[in-house]
Design a protein around this ligand. Structure first.
Ligand code: 4AD
Ligand code: MG
Length: 435
């Protein structure tokens, strides 16, 4: 047991205790001994610090406990905080003693290289690694930055339901469930409810998990992902694009300010992030198709961009690109048609640089009741289930817009990760629901 006058603290707060005696509670990240001196890398969830133990200071018995330590065993260490510029976090602990809580035997993730499948099977333990730890901290800051941006711009958070009778983004990716004596779905997007909330509260957002039975096995698709969705009353496509680009830029800025240490662990190349600034370049879908054709890609107006197409488009700039005005036929029923060319809908996507593809999707909504009804019928959606939504066009309909930003895609881009599976603690994919 640590002496009573020793203050318990965390690695993150060591700078407040220079020269003082503290106790740290954590896990063994690594340890090595040179007979009389022991070096313990202690991980406590807030960081990693080196603890130096000498047999003389801690005594024979405690030193023997140290020598028996294994990777990820849990323990408390107490000693003096020493400032040391050569140490990774700038501090080191000169230990006076330690107690073991539990000896971990045969921790499966060793410092050697493991395959992805093995690591994914051990995701519940893999999260303890330095790299996964860094990603989770960046994700946390991204979410905080999003909330701060929206909250400080008078957006009101209104939670939307997870269980819903309505399809938002087509019927092919719906997860169905038995809901007592009827059927319902897991939500694909909170958008339709957001539209109701925007008519009540003006500028709103929802932020929650969304679900898609995506058959796509790509590095950008999860079946459960988190999406922030702002929705603005009295806002057109251009206003929508401005909100979206400001949000993206402010999130990048925040991570650069706060997460320098994590970006270093992730070996993220910083200049591409440091260059991000509004306004982002804009390109219509039609211009994007011309660009692809100009580069020799066989792509016809009317098709949906694949990952490879998005990469070619995004390579035209160092900035994220706002692509707007898509063929109505490939977009959802709720999108407002372009008055200048009714073949197109007033949708917009943001494509991230460095080949990360679409991170934001949204647009202006159809506010006219008859046009919306026509689109519902064309898509074979049940009018009955959407009556509540149609009411929004019957009672004080106004131009309005919104968008959704996928958190995992943004985390993958900002952290520079090859796959979205590392962007969320427990990813759900077509072939994985465990652990
Ligand atoms: O473009 P999407 O489908 O747009 C909507 O859902 C709109 N209803 C949002 C709105 O206007 N309120 O999805 C929005 C974003 C995409 O740009 C992408 O970042 C992310 O959600 N996303 C996914 N992320 C991971 N895995 C998937 N399967 C995703 N599908 C979409
Ligand atoms: Mg989209």
């Amino acid at each position: 047991m640590a002496p009573a006058d020793v203050t318990a603290t965390t690695v993150r707060h060591l700078d407040e205790h220079t020269g003082a005696a503290v106790r740290l509670d954590g896990w063994v990240y690594n340890s090595r001994s040179s007979g009389k001196l022991g070096f313990l890398m202690l991980r406590d969830g807030t960081g990693i610090v080196q603890c130096v133990l000498s047999k003389k200071d801690v005594g024979e018995e405690a030193f023997a406990v140290f020598e028996g330590l294994t990777q990820e065993s849990s323990l408390s260490v107490w000693g003096t905080v020493q400032q040391d510029d050569r140490a990774p976090g700038g501090y080191e602990i000169h230990a006076d003693g330690l107690t073991l809580h539990q000896l971990a035997e045969n921790y499966p993730i060793t410092p050697k290289e493991h395959g992805t499948a093995f690591l994914m099977d051990h995701r519940h333990l893999w999260l303890r690694s330095r790299r996964q730890h860094a990603i989770m901290l960046v994700r946390h800051e991204i979410i905080r930055a999003i909330r701060d941006f929206l909250d400080s711009n008078d957006f009101i958070l209104v939670d939307t339901p997870i269980i819903t009778p309505n399809a938002v983004e087509g019927t092919t990716t719906l997860f169905g469930l038995d809901y007592f004596d009827r059927s319902a779905f897991l939500t694909q997007s909170g958008q339709l409810y957001n539209e109701a909330n925007a008519m009540a509260l003006r500028n709103v957002y929802c932020f929650g998990p969304t679900f898609r039975a995506e058959k796509s096995k790509t590095r950008r698709h999860l079946t459960e992902f988190w999406m922030v969705e702002p929705e603005m009353a009295y806002c057109d496509l251009e206003g929508n694009m401005q909100w979206a680009e400001k949000l993206v830029a402010s999130v990048v800025q925040r991570v650069l300010e706060v997460n320098g240490e994590q970006l270093k662990v992730l070996e993220r190349n910083l200049p591409p992030l440091e260059a991000i600034k509004v306004p982002f370049p804009r390109m219509s879908y039609t211009e994007a198709v011309e660009l692809l054709n100009g580069k020799g890609v066989d792509f016809e107006w009317g098709g949906d961009f694949g990952g490879g197409d998005e990469t070619i488009i995004s390579e035209t700039s160092d900035q994220p690109i706002l692509v707007h005005r898509f063929p109505a036929a490939i977009k959802a029923f709720y999108m407002k048609l372009d008055a200048d060319d009714p073949r197109q809908a007033l949708g917009m996507d943001i494509l991230a640089p460095e080949g990360y593809g679409e991170i934001v999707g949204g647009g202006q909504r159809e506010e006219d009741l008859d046009k919306l009804l026509k689109r519902l019928r064309e898509e074979n959606l049940s009018e009955e289930t959407y009556q509540w939504y149609l009411d929004l066009r019957r009672y004080g309909s106004v131009p309005h817009s919104g968008f959704g930003m996928g958190i995992e895609r943004v985390v993958a881009w900002i952290c520079g990760l090859p796959h979205v599976r590392e962007t969320i603690a427990f990813p759900r994919m077509i072939n994985r629901v465990e652990p």
